[in-house]
Design a protein around this ligand. Structure first.
Ligand SMILES: [Zn+2]
Length: 257
């Protein structure tokens, strides 16, 4: 039993074969997929997808999209968060990677606070996007009063940063890059972090695991990341899958029916 806690199957890259992709995931033992609708243009598609029993969604405004977001968008977001198939607010956070994003850093911060408040108000966890800004994020969260539970999506920081986040109660999202040859830092983080603090994600269509690198990523490929976690932890694949599912159910407060 596996849950892909971070997919973007609303993305246009899945327009021609979305149904097949979802079926392949089910056939591979992925019992639930979390669709992360973090761009307003994908919100309607995500609402359609969560009609399917095996799909849940998170809604949010991605830091790189915050300069385009309107008051109306935040109002709609608040409504979407209350949908019974919505498991989290996300992905939200800080992105210091792109120049255009850095120029709007104050807007990013304001938006992040606004969305943290929404998460607290509706008692939802957050899926945090943090790029080139782990220490800034840690300081930011330490200063902020209401910190929801959550996951640091696609963690790629140092062991010290990983420990600082888990100490605050956050889980770490582990993605395809764990399977890359040059991922020794991330492998060390996984090795030193309790498996009870890890979630698995694909971030598809991005971050394709090594075995399929060069192709579009999809939920069924999450198996590669789980295999690597099992190897690092010296446990069976099933054990790695089951524990990460339990972590997921607990954080997002859902049940498998
Ligand atoms: Zn993502």
């Amino acid at each position: 039993m596996i849950i892909d806690t971070h997919a973007h199957i609303s993305d246009i890259k899945f327009d021609t074969d979305r149904k097949d992709v979802i079926q392949r995931a089910l056939d591979s033992g992925i019992v639930k997929i979390f669709e992360i609708a973090c761009q307003t243009k994908y919100w309607d598609k995500a609402l359609e997808l969560i009609e399917l029993s095996n799909i849940f969604a998170a809604f949010g405004i991605h830091p790189n999209d915050t300069s385009k977001a309107s008051t109306k968008d935040y109002k709609r977001l608040e409504l979407l968060i209350q949908n019974k198939k919505c498991v989290a607010v996300g992905e939200i956070g800080l992105d210091y990677h792109y120049k255009y994003s850095l120029q709007n850093i104050n807007i990013q911060k304001e938006s992040f606070i606004k969305q943290l408040k929404i998460a607290c108000k509706y008692n939802k966890p957050v899926i945090i996007h943090c790029r080139d800004a782990y220490d800034i994020m840690l300081n930011f969260l330490k200063k902020y009063k209401c910190i929801p539970k959550g996951v640091i999506h696609c963690f790629s920081g140092t062991l010290e940063q990983a420990q600082a986040f888990t100490k605050m109660g956050f889980l770490l999202g582990i993605d395809g890059p764990l399977t890359y040859k040059n991922s020794s830092d991330l492998k060390q983080v996984v090795s030193k972090t309790s498996i009870n603090e890890l979630l698995v994600e694909t971030d598809c269509p991005y971050l394709t695991p090594q075995k399929y690198r060069g192709q579009r990523n999809e939920p069924s490929y999450i198996i590669e990341t789980l295999k690597e976690i099992a190897l690092i932890k010296g446990i069976s694949f099933d054990e790695a899958a089951n524990i990460t599912v339990l972590n997921t159910l607990k954080l997002f407060n859902i049940k498998l029916l």
